[in-house]
Unconditional design. Structure first.
Length: 104
């Protein structure tokens, strides 16, 4: 089956919703989300290498509209993971003040 860039990104968005990547329960969920985003970006890269772009309009659309969806999700997951790793293991009150400080 010949895939298109649009189909890969639509599948990404559907699976992202199913995996509930915006609601984090554990580091395992974060890691699986990061692997999932990497996999999607690798598929897009392979498709570009194999097919390329038909014209500059398609290339611009890809880099402005399609690629940012999995890429921004990956960046978000990296940042949440980093924040959670840096968060001290303390009681609720101190953890809340840590969040409010913005981990600066």
């Amino acid at each position: 089956m010949a895939e298109t860039y649009q189909e890969i990104v639509e599948e990404f968005q559907k699976t992202r919703t199913e995996l509930q990547l915006d609601i984090f329960i554990s580091f395992e969920q974060l890691e699986s989300g990061i692997k999932f985003c990497h996999h999607v970006l690798q598929r897009l890269k392979r498709l570009i290498i194999l097919k390329g772009f038909q014209n500059s309009r398609e290339e611009i659309r890809f880099f402005k509209s399609l690629k940012p969806k999995p890429e921004s999700c990956l960046l978000y997951l990296y940042m949440v993971r980093s924040f959670k790793l840096l968060m001290p293991h303390i009681g609720y009150g101190k953890a809340t003040s840590f969040h409010e400080q913005g981990n600066s």
